[in-house]
Design a protein around this ligand. Structure first.
Ligand SMILES: Cc1cc2nc3c(=O)[nH]c(=O)nc-3n(C[C@H](O)[C@H](O)[C@H](O)COP(=O)(O)OP(=O)(O)OC[C@H]3O[C@@H](n4cnc5c(N)ncnc54)[C@H](O)[C@@H]3O)c2cc1C
Length: 500
């Protein structure tokens, strides 16, 4: 198991008492996006709600690209997932009558966001799961162990290379590997993700021959706090669910009259915010009237962050801007988290299951990570052993020149909220101009894979907006799949690299 966010920990715990070796970069409980998740986890557990309604909302947000069977499976499993997390000790907030306290977020037609400690749901989930993992003797946890390569042979996955904190690289033979390495937001200049979210698992899976799915779909959150920090603190969608509205510097509510206004799905709100910002306006989230005085009680963590930046949301509108937030794309997996490389599973944000389609519905990602963690564990438990992998030492991979400082602005320019062919060609050329070392590096490879997927989707759908192809090609879309082979063929399939 690689990675110890919600996806990795749920998988490891559900496998107990079967032995699991859990390797992660950084310290247990101290890294990954799970720690930062705020709003909560979606489940149809309220009165008047139904998993079928949750499924409809998920598909509506997904803009014609969701896998209907997966959507049904995940939304139907959601109430049980909440019960399972609560049994592991997650202190979800309750009403005075003892039921789940439920929040509302964009794209949901019912209150169905289960949360903990108000707006610190991710931290509460992670702390409870870490505590369980520490008490579970079958989980051998290795901190400061960064995955730097997957090893495969003709029978499939044969092991992993991990680099220890002291710089030493070790080969660990394994016929079964679960990737739970999270997302890619660290590749973007304006991001809510921790810097470690660099898509390592995605690239290593691709190098091992796995197909990657829907890479072009990167979700930009409309309301990150507009301050000079990286990552940008998130102002959860739940704040809009509690009544806050988006205004410009003149107090104009520029989304008024558009469908459900601030509570439209994320891609719709982000595009509106982006366009208004591009027209020269500053954008604010005005929470003065609602939730007003309730702000500190409902959103204690966000309130504290705002105060730290000299803003009291009860009396000052909060400056916000869009930021890269979540990756719908990932390692293509089936309904049990299996990739198409024998012995390789992927769960959580690194995977693409087909649940989110072109645009994730708010609070469906923690849910997907839990449901697929449980399903992958069941599948692994059923999996029959294959021939033992070679135990002899393998040549460790070389250090990679990521040149992140130069790569990140290029990614921001060409793969932002709005894209077009010219910008993507320029970005492709600029990455190549950084030199062979960077092009072949993890982050360089990831940037190029995203660019080729974005270039090939000649339509605007969900989170992928092409200004040169502004329409949806057909109501029912098709997922895109890429492999490393495509990179060799070049953007236009002719192997040619345009000048930067
Ligand atoms: C600010 C913020 C708020 C969010 N709010 C919500 C919300 O309210 N509801 C919701 O559903 N979703 C939310 N999300 C999204 C959600 O938090 C993530 O999609 C989810 O937590 C991902 O879990 P994960 O286990 O896949 O990855 P992560 O939690 O990111 O964990 C990844 C793990 O992999 C490890 N790792 C990475 N690379 C390597 C490597 N090379 N070698 C070894 N280990 C590695 C990391 O150290 C970490 O342990 C939010 C995200 C952010 C950033």
């Amino acid at each position: 198991m690689v990675g110890a966010g919600v996806a990795g920990l749920v998988t490891a715990l559900a496998l107990a008492p079967r032995p699991v070796r859990l390797v992660l970069r950084g310290r247990l409980g101290g890294d990954g996006s799970t720690l930062w998740a705020q709003g909560g986890i979606a489940a149809a557990v309220g009165g008047g709600d139904d998993p079928a309604l949750h499924a409809e909302d998920t598909e509506r947000a997904g803009a014609g690209l969701c896998d209907r069977a997966i959507v049904r499976l995940v939304t139907a499993s959601a109430p049980e997932a909440i019960v399972r997390l609560a049994a592991w000790g997650v202190p979800f907030d309750r009403t005075s009558a003892g039921g789940w306290a439920l929040g509302l977020e964009g794209g949901h037609r019912r209150r169905r966001i289960v949360h903990a400690h108000g707006d610190a749901t991710g931290r509460a989930i992670l702390e409870a799961l870490v505590e369980q993992a520490r008490r579970t003797p079958s989980i051998l946890c290795e901190e400061d162990a960064r995955l730097v390569g997957l090893v495969r042979d003709e029978a499939g996955i044969a092991g992993v290379h991990v680099r220890r904190g002291d710089g030493h690289t070790e080969y660990l033979p394994a016929r079964r590997v679960v990737l739970a390495t999270g997302g890619i937001g660290g590749l973007f200049p304006a991001t809510t993700n921790p810097p470690s979210a660099l898509g390592d698992g995605l690239v290593f899976a691709a190098r091992a021959g796995a197909r990657l799915r829907d890479l072009e779909f990167v979700q930009f959150h409309p309301t990150a706090l507009d301050v000079a920090e990286r990552p940008l603190p998130l102002i959860s969608e739940a704040v809009r669910g509690a009544g806050a509205v988006l205004v410009d510097e003149d107090g104009r509510r520029f989304l008024a009259g558009r469908g459900r206004a601030e509570l439209e799905p994320r891609d719709v709100v982000t595009r509106a915010v982006w366009a208004w910002r591009r027209a020269g306006h500053r954008i604010f989230l005005d929470a003065r009237r609602a939730p007003g005085e309730d702000f500190p009680r409902l959103f204690p963590w966000i309130h504290e962050v705002c105060l730290r930046h000299g803003l009291d949301p009860r009396c000052t509108p909060i400056p916000v801007r869009p930021a890269a937030h979540y990756h719908m794309g990932g390692v293509a997996v089936d309904g049990c988290g299996r990739s198409d490389v024998p012995g390789l599973w992927a769960v959580g944000e690194v995977a693409a299951t087909g649940l989110h389609g072109a645009n994730r519905l708010a609070s469906n990602s923690l849910l997907e990570a839990v449901v697929f963690g449980l399903r992958a564990a069941e599948d692994l438990a059923r999996d029959s052993p294959r021939p033992a992998p070679p135990s002899r030492a393998q040549t460790p991979p070389p250090d990679e020149e990521d040149a992140l400082g130069r790569l990140v602005p290029i990614v921001g320019e060409s793969l932002g909220v709005e894209r077009d062919a010219e910008g993507l060609r320029r970005g492709w050329g600029a990455v190549h101009a950084l030199g062979a070392g960077t092009v072949a590096s993890r982050a360089g490879t990831l940037a190029l894979l995203l660019m080729i997927a974005a270039y090939r989707r000649r339509e605007s759908r969900g989170a992928h907006t092409r200004t040169d192809f502004p329409l949806v090609a057909s109501p029912l879309g098709r997922s895109s799949f890429v492999t490393l082979e495509l990179l060799r063929q070049g953007l236009d399939g002719d192997g040619h690299t345009p000048e930067a």
